[in-house]
Ligand binder design. Structure first.
Ligand code: SF4
Length: 201
């Protein structure tokens, strides 16, 4: 049976396809041992949801396991209000650029639309999807995907399923490897990147 792709592994795949192997290995570890500062902030922001203490209202669905048969994807929803039919993904803070425009990363859209696809297959009607910035209490609407985006999304899932690092000589940008939380396990970092960095010591 074809396995379902988890949202968290797709995130790693976009950063570096090879990292999905290490992601699986780290899955059984205590998260704080390997997460970087940004990820830890994200985890803290989600702790109330993980513990289901965001709201006790019956119409608020939180941290519910969902999956999509069409796309063969799975994950959890952050918050879904069944009264307003609004799907919300919380962030510690949505930052702004030098022109004071909010930075809505592509990845944020992936997260919300991913949850939306799964919920819709459960027959929930989604009226709007929003990003919520917790620190400054602001909400940003995210638009539903158009056909062009859908094709890109399906291609990305296809690429994920087909990926095999052994089919060609592997290479990756050194600065990415330096930031990678899996580098201590990665053979490419150990044999290619690390020796280069210490060549002149
Ligand atoms: S260390 Fe580099 S090659 Fe290895 S998984 Fe991380 S980013 Fe990819």
């Amino acid at each position: 049976m074809e396995s379902y792709i988890k949202l968290s592994t797709l995130n790693d795949f976009i950063f570096c396809p090879k990292s999905i192997y290490y992601h699986t290995l780290y899955d059984s570890y205590e998260k704080k041992l390997y997460q970087d500062e940004v990820q830890i902030a994200w985890t803290i922001a989600h702790e109330t949801i993980d513990n289901k203490i965001y709201s006790t209202s019956k119409y608020i669905l939180q941290w519910l396991d969902v999956y999509s048969e069409n796309f063969k994807i799975s994950w959890k929803i952050d918050i879904f209000n069944t009264k307003t039919w609004e799907l919300i993904e919380r962030k510690n803070q949505v930052h702004r650029d030098e022109n004071n425009k909010e930075k809505i990363y592509t990845w944020y859209k992936y997260q919300l639309r991913w949850q939306m696809f799964c919920l819709e297959e459960l027959w929930y009607h989604i009226k709007k999807i929003s990003l919520y910035s917790m620190k400054d209490n602001k909400k940003y609407p995210i638009y539903k995907p158009d056909n062009k985006w859908l094709i890109k999304f399906q291609n990305l899932l296809e690429e994920y399923r087909r990926f095999n690092p052994n089919t060609k000589k592997w290479s990756q940008n050194t600065s990415k490897c330096m930031k990678c939380i899996y580098r201590e396990l990665c053979d490419y970092y150990i044999w290619e990147v690390y020796p280069q960095l210490h060549l002149f010591e």
